[in-house]
Each structure stands twice: as structure tokens, then as C-alpha cells.
Design a protein around this ligand. Structure first.
Ligand code: BGC
Length: 440
């Protein structure tokens, strides 16, 4: 067992670019466990996640309270950084130090990466007792499974192709929410003419890439989005739809703050909430944040889909995976897994978080207009669903970061041409594909 763990740790160390000897690992494994069963009761679970904004904290607190009702203590380890950019790194270093938290927000393809290393607790018993194979949407079931074992518990589905618009500004300028690219261009021009910043946006790489994948989806739909970000087909990069999305990304830069500064996403939400920008295109965690800030849905703001994507759902699904560690917390870990997927917690948690239920038996009549549109669209199945690149639904961590970096560079530096960006990405896709063949 220890030998297998050592192998997994050394593989992880290589992935992190660390050189680590077997002897060092043996030492690490022999070191006392930070939250070992002797010092903490078995009913305490440390939960590592990246929910640090006001609404995210409220959602986490709600889960902690429900868990406390069942006699389990939630020990919070929130790591700042939107889209988990900080939490992913912290998790890797903690696992390497043999200090894995009992519960972690691991999402999308990352679940399989961690499960492959052999670290994750199998939740098959919880899944079968609670009929997870029938109550969740099929996409959710696929996401939480690895080699026919359930290794994650789902929390909620975020829609990352959401356009938020400020109702006060739109009403005073007699604007209607745009439904197509052409309408969006007209709305942006009218806003600019009135002295209003059309789009609240940050230049943080993941926030730029979120906008870009929205543009890709709007140009083409889920199939092409998958060609590009799941299959990473080098030929798809030379497609004219890719060129057009890049052109539009640069055009949109003219609708943002000048310069577009690098701000965390809650800061961008505050700009929008202060009526200092008329629209935001991103995930519906923003809705949770606006609601928590006292702005009710369909009063101060409303949401619609990114123009051209009304039929589609660009999703990011939140999930918790459990690290086995010394197996001393399995009962508490299973309690948490079961609890988060119950109808009551799903309804309560998702209303705060801005996401929607992973369950097919949720009641859309009890949701607000944004959530209802999200849930009913997602419910239509895989043909309308696109797995978000930025939120790890499409590909592994390393490829995701590399793709985001190329898009970000193009966005930031006006001297980088479309042709250069295409060449870089196509070369990268060819390299990924030959690496995969070598590793098979
Ligand atoms: C997660 C959300 C989170 C958002 C912003 C996404 O990857 O799915 O739960 O609110 O990132 O950090």
C-alpha cells in the first residue's frame, strides 16, 4: 500500500515539476499526520475549496451547518483565487507533504486525474443507496465516475454563458437585452455613446478565457467547442470560426475599462453593481454574489444567455472528492457525500450559490428566472451542453492552463496577431497529441 502511495506521490511530484526522492517520500509518509485520528475526533472533516467571496462563503457555511446537524464538524480551508487557480496548487503541495484534506473541491477532468493516482475514496455505497444512477443528469453521473466507481459527490451546475445586464441602465437608454452578436454590437455602441462602460471585465487569464469560450460557443455550438477544447484538434484552430472569435474578443476589449485591469471577479461584480458598467458575461456565481449584496434577480439586474448561445449550456459542475488518507473518517465523509446531494440541501445550497441542482427531480417552478433557464436548458442533454475549458470540464489542468495562456497573451498584447495565436495553439495541440501517444 505504502509503495503504491509512493509511486502515486512521485508521479504527482513530476507533474508539479518537483524532483523528489523515494527516500524523502518514505520520510514524509512516516511523519505524523497533521489531522490524525488521535488528536481530532473522527467526525471532523477539513474541507478545501475556493469559495471565498461573500456568497460563496455563505453557501459553504450553509453546508457546514447542515453537516453539523448530523454531528460532523466542517473545518474550513478556503483558498482564494477564482476558478480554483490557487486551490489546485495548494492541494498538490499538501498531498505531496502527506497532508491531504479529507474533502476537496475537485472538479471536472481533475477528478479523474486524482482518481488515477489512487487517492480518492470510492463512494459506491452512498451512490447505490441513494440511487444516484437515476436521480442525477447523465452528464453528472459521468463526471463523478472513474473506472466504474463513484469518486465524487455533486453540488451544483453553473452556467458560464450567462450575460448579466443592469436593468436601470437598460431601461433609461431604452435598450433590450441583446440576442445576437449584431444586437450586442449595437447595444455596446449605444452604451458607449451614453458614456457608460458596456462590459465589466477583468484581464485575469481565466476571466478572459471564459469570455473567449463564450465567443467560440456563440460562433458554432457545442460540437465545435468540443473539437477545439476536448479533442484539441489542430485543424479546428485554422477554422474561420476561430478567427472570428479572436476578432470579436479584440473588438470587445473596446467595450471594457481602459486599461482592462486584472481584478478578482467579486471586484468586477461590484463595478457592475455600482452601475458603473452595463453588462457582464460570465458564470452565474455572479448571480449569487449580486443577491448576497442585496441586488435581487429581475430587479436591479436580469440575466440572459450570451448572445448566440441561448440554446446551449456552457457548464461547470461543482463536486467534492474525498481523500482516503488513513480511512479514519470514512463514515463522516460518506455522510457529507450523501447530504450534499439530497433534494433539500440541493435546493437551499444552489439558491445561495447561483448554480442549479444536479438532480432531475428538482422543481424549476421554485427557481428564479436565471436558474430556471439554466436548469431547463441543461436538462435537454448532451447535445446542448458544452464542457467549460476554463472550469476543467473539457481537459486536464496542464492543457487548460497552456490554452488559457495563449488566449490571454493575444488579448493583452495588441501586437500579437491572430495568425501567430493560431500557429501557437495548433503547435501545442500537435505536441499534446504526440505526448498522449507516447504515454499510452
Ligand atoms: C466554480 C464556482 C466558483 C467559480 C468562481 C468555478 O470554477 O465552479 O463554484 O464560484 O469558479 O471561483
Amino acid at each position: 500500500m505504502a509503495y503504491i502511495e509512493n509511486l502515486a506521490l512521485s508521479r504527482l511530484a513530476r507533474q508539479c515539476g518537483l524532483v523528489i526522492s523515494m527516500a524523502a517520500l518514505t520520510g514524509a509518509l512516516a511523519a505524523p499526520v497533521a489531522y490524525g485520528g488521535t488528536t481530532q475526533p473522527d467526525t471532523t472533516l477539513q474541507v478545501l475549496h475556493w469559495w471565498t467571496s461573500a456568497s460563496e462563503r455563505k453557501a459553504a457555511t450553509l453546508l457546514a451547518a447542515r453537516l453539523a446537524d448530523e454531528g460532523v464538524v466542517w473545518r474550513d480551508a478556503g483558498i482564494p483565487g477564482g476558478a480554483g487557480i490557487g486551490a489546485g496548487k495548494v492541494l498538490k503541495s499538501r498531498v505531496l507533504a502527506n497532508d491531504a484534506p479529507e474533502v476537496t473541491q475537485i472538479i471536472g477532468v481533475s477528478i479523474k486525474e486524482w482518481a488515477d493516482l489512487g487517492f480518492l475514496l470510492e463512494l459506491d455505497k452512498v451512490a447505490s443507496t441513494n440511487k444516484w444512477n437515476t436521480v442525477f443528469f447523465p452528464t453528472i453521473q459521468n463526471l463523478i465516475q472513474h473506472r466504474k466507481h463513484v469518486v465524487a459527490a455533486p453540488l451544483g451546475i453553473h452556467r458560464t454563458n450567462t450575460l448579466f445586464y443592469n436593468r436601470k441602465i437598460f431601461t433609461s437608454l431604452k435598450l433590450s437585452p441583446p440576442e445576437s452578436w449584431d444586437e450586442l454590437v449595437v447595444v455596446a455602441a449605444r452604451l458607449k455613446a451614453a458614456g457608460v462602460i458596456p462590459l465589466a471585465q477583468s484581464s485575469e487569464p481565466w476571466q478572459v478565457a471564459t469570455l473567449f469560450e463564450n465567443l467560440i460557443l456563440a460562433e458554432s455550438g457545442p460540437d465545435y467547442h468540443r473539437e477545439l477544447f476536448v479533442k484539441q484538434n489542430a485543424q479546428a484552430v485554422s477554422d474561420k470560426r476561430f478567427v472570428q472569435a479572436l476578432e470579436r474578443l479584440r473588438q470587445m476589449k473596446g467595450w471594457m475599462n481602459n486599461p482592462v485591469d486584472e481584478r478578482v471577479w467579486p471586484e468586477v461584480v461590484r463595478q457592475f453593481a455600482r452601475n458603473e458598467a452595463a453588462m457582464m458575461i460570465t458564470g452565474d456565481w455572479v448571480k449569487g454574489e449580486l443577491n448576497e449584496g442585496g441586488f435581487a434577480t429581475d430587479e436591479a439586474f436580469s440575466c440572459t444567455a450570451m448572445p448566440g448561445t441561448a440554446r446551449y449550456h456552457l457548464y461547470s459542475v461543482d463536486t467534492f472528492s474525498m481523500f482516503t488518507n488513513d480511512y479514519s473518517r470514512v463514515a463522516a465523509q460518506e455522510k457529507l457525500a450523501r447530504l450534499v446531494a439530497t433534494p433539500a440541501v440541493q435546493a437551499e445550497y444552489n439558491a445561495v450559490k447561483g448554480s442549479v441542482s444536479v438532480r432531475r427531480d428538482a422543481d424549476p417552478a421554485k427557481m428564479d428566472s436565471c436558474a430556471r433557464a439554466s436548469w431547463t436548458t441543461f436538462a435537454q442533454g448532451a447535445a446542448v451542453q458544452a464542457p467549460s475549458l476554463v472550469h476543467r470540464m473539457a481537459t486536464d489542468e496542464t492543457s487548460k492552463d497552456a490554452i488559457i495562456a495563449v488566449i490571454h497573451r493575444y488579448f493583452i498584447d495588441g501586437n500579437v496577431s491572430i495568425a501567430e495565436t493560431q500557429a501557437k495553439l495548433a503547435a501545442m495541440y500537435r505536441a499534446f497529441s504526440s505526448n498522449r501517444k507516447t504515454n499510452q
